[in-house]
Design a protein around this ligand. Structure first.
Ligand SMILES: *Cc1c(COP(=O)(O)O)cnc(C)c1O
Length: 354
């Protein structure tokens, strides 16, 4: 090995779900929204003030912060914007987790958390979920350097209630507690209402799922002004111009259209409930999802075989070759038509295995 190679940072990067470039496919593998963004987004796209592109964007994304502060009824200094919640979460790890004590997050959760912990050299421990994939709250009572909880959790889809969130916060007054609410708009209760009581709570959300804008990369954190100030200072020490002007403007259009937002979420939740029934009848079981995906396992047919069989039909779902969850599939809720096609092909395959 060459001398200089010894100083290269060794990382095991996060592996996202594949983005196949096929014309005819049903893509249920990355929890994207099957519906287009709000009509105002399209309208603005067609009339973008391109002359303004020569200017640097607003470093604090004021227009977007403003729109979000109105929607969530928060002060502007309680909101931090990032390039997707991945960027927000990475910034939060870098900003808040500087203790020698390990941060805590479940063994089965969003698989980016351990990647950031490794990248930033943050010590961490991963208390195992129980046999029903529930978080054991007592595991988070011990001394730690911070807590990260995805709620609803990914890929399990389970949403804990506010009593749970408050219990975690009550037992962790001296560290920052991050609640990653990427899927909260699909039927869960946001921890936002706990912000008044807990100045160490950071709630992170995204436009990628419920607002149909994964391609634009918009995420945000909400919390006490001190936390937001600290996040901004770290961000400005790294790259001030993260959020481009176009995303800022288009994001505002999405936030403004509350009725489209509600309509879209409702549709996905209805499709989810209908899909649950159909899957149950096929011999699948799954935790009771409050997200835009289901985490399913079959009584007799192996998940990996189903994954491969669906792929041959150009239906993409997510399979994780990891301990404890390697007999499960994560299936995003698509349109009714997409789910009907998926259920039909799935049913045929399961029948062929009997
Ligand atoms: C999708 C997802 C994110 C990241 O979303 P962005 O597209 O970066 O906003 C963060 N956390 C969880 C749990 C997710 O599923």
């Amino acid at each position: 090995m060459k001398e200089w190679m010894k100083n290269i940072r060794q990382v095991d990067p996060y592996v996202p779900g594949e983005q196949p470039a096929l014309k005819e496919m049903v893509k249920l593998n990355t929890n994207e929204n099957p519906y287009p963004p709000a009509p105002g987004v399209k309208k603005l796209c067609e009339n973008l003030p391109t002359d303004e592109l020569r200017l640097y964007p607003d470093t604090e994304a004021e227009v977007l912060v403003s729109a979000l502060s109105q929607y969530y009824n928060l002060e502007k200094n309680q909101i931090f914007i990032g390039v997707g919640s991945d960027d927000v979460l990475a910034m939060a790890f870098l900003t808040f987790f500087n203790s020698q004590k390990p941060i805590l997050f479940p063994d089965i959760t969003y698989s980016f958390y351990d990647v950031w912990a490794e990248l930033f050299r943050i010590p961490y421990e991963t208390p195992p979920l129980d046999e029903n994939f529930r978080i054991k709250k007592e595991d988070y009572y011990r001394e730690n350097g911070g807590v990260v909880i995805a709620n609803p959790n990914a890929p399990t889809s389970i949403c804990e209630d506010l009593v749970f969130a408050e219990d975690i916060l009550e037992h962790n007054r001296d560290v920052v507690v991050i609640i990653d609410e990427a899927y909260i708009d699909f039927g869960g209760n946001s921890a936002l209402q706990l912000l008044k009581k807990y100045d160490n709570l950071l709630v992170v959300q995204t436009f990628s799922k419920s607002r149909s804008m994964a391609g634009l990369r918009i995420g945000f954190a909400m919390g006490n002004p001190e936390l937001i100030r600290a996040l901004n200072e770290v961000k400005f020490s790294y790259n001030s111009y993260t959020m481009n002007m176009v995303s800022q403007r288009l994001g505002v259009e999405a936030v403004r259209d509350t009725s489209y937002f509600d309509q879209c979420r409702k549709k996905i939740m209805e499709t989810r409930e209908r899909t649950k029934t159909a899957l149950r009848n096929m011999g699948f079981s799954f935790p009771d999802s409050k997200a835009n995906f289901l985490f399913i396992t079959h009584e007799t047919v192996a998940a990996k075989d189903i994954f491969e069989a669906m792929k041959k039909e150009n239906i993409f779902v997510r399979y994780f070759n990891k301990p404890r969850i390697d007999n499960y599939l994560r299936v995003t809720i698509g349109t009714d038509e997409e789910m009907d096609l998926f259920l039909k092909k799935l049913g045929n395959y399961i029948d062929s295995k009997k």
